[in-house]
Design a protein around this ligand. Structure first.
Ligand code: SAH
Length: 250
């Protein structure tokens, strides 16, 4: 049985208890060295074989997992954040399916949730936005025709943009086709790592500020009025609102 593990955003204490146990018990560990904090592996077995997937292609990753399985060794595949978000995860699961190798998935704290935590914000503010769009800009991997940033921006929902901080000027430009230029933006570099950086601004000035801060990768851009200070109080905790677990005061 192979375990796919979400390693969380960086801080090794943000790993699930199960994820940590399986890493610590593993004989073979493949991790995404470019983004997974090596501190997540600090209690691995002394003789565990550790592979950095940054220099491996898909077939090599699968080959290592297959050999481990054949030798009765316990293998874990450690992804940054949660494997379900830009993790190139599905293709690995499908390859294991074809080989008849069983696996399970232990979720992790995605960087988009760690980003809200370090900003101390809520993505879904009543009366502001109740929808969160996770997306990225078109880069070397194209975007599906129906998911162009300019179309997604029309909703003016909370937007979380992965993988695109290197193209900040173009990103802000495309968003300003729909959001007003004064819409607040935050860019969080390496959320929860020791060298985390936060840059805040609005669509009109964020590209300049990000450039000044020298941020070119490993950052998320979050956009929307959820970063502002105006919103409605929630109905859930409204004292006049009755729901299943509490009677409202009339
Ligand atoms: N599966 C990961 C995302 C992998 S794609 C997750 O759930 O977070 C890699 C992109 O994620 C990076 O380019 C960056 O945009 C973002 N990212 C990953 N870790 C980050 C962190 N600690 N802080 C900010 N952004 C991060």
């Amino acid at each position: 049985m192979v375990h796919f593990i979400g390693a969380g955003p960086g801080d090794p204490e943000l790993l699930t208890i199960r994820g940590k146990r399986l890493i610590d018990e593993a004989d073979v560990i493949i991790y995404a060295g470019s983004l997974v904090n090596p501190a997540v592996l600090k209690d691995a077995k002394k003789d565990a074989k550790i592979y950095n997937s940054a220099s491996m292609h898909l077939e090599e990753v699968i080959q290592v997992l297959k050999e481990a399985e054949e030798q009765g060794k316990q293998a874990v595949r450690v992804h940054t954040g949660d494997p379900a978000v830009y993790g190139a995860h599905r293709e690995q699961m499908d390859a294991l399916d074809r080989l008849g190798i069983a696996y399970d998935v232990i979720p992790g704290v995605s960087s988009f949730l760690a980003t809200a935590a370090v900003l101390k914000k809520e993505y879904t503010l009543p009366g502001v936005s109740q929808t969160v769009i996770l997306t990225r800009m078109e880069g070397r991997t194209p975007m599906p025709e129906k998911e162009k940033l300019v179309d997604l921006a029309k909703h003016q929902a909370t937007m979380v943009i992965f993988l695109s901080v290197g193209q900040m000027e173009e990103l802000a430009g495309q968003l300003m086709t729909a959001y007003p230029p004064e819409t607040p933006v935050a860019v969080v570099y390496k959320a929860t790592w020791e060298d985390q950086k936060i840059v805040t601004g609005c669509l009109a000035d964020i590209a300049r500020k990000v450039k000044e801060a020298g941020i070119t990768k490993t950052a998320l851009t979050v956009v929307g009025n959820f970063l502002g200070s105006e919103y409605e109080l929630s109905k859930l905790y409204d004292k006049h609102f009755t729901h299943e677990f509490r009677k409202g005061i009339s």
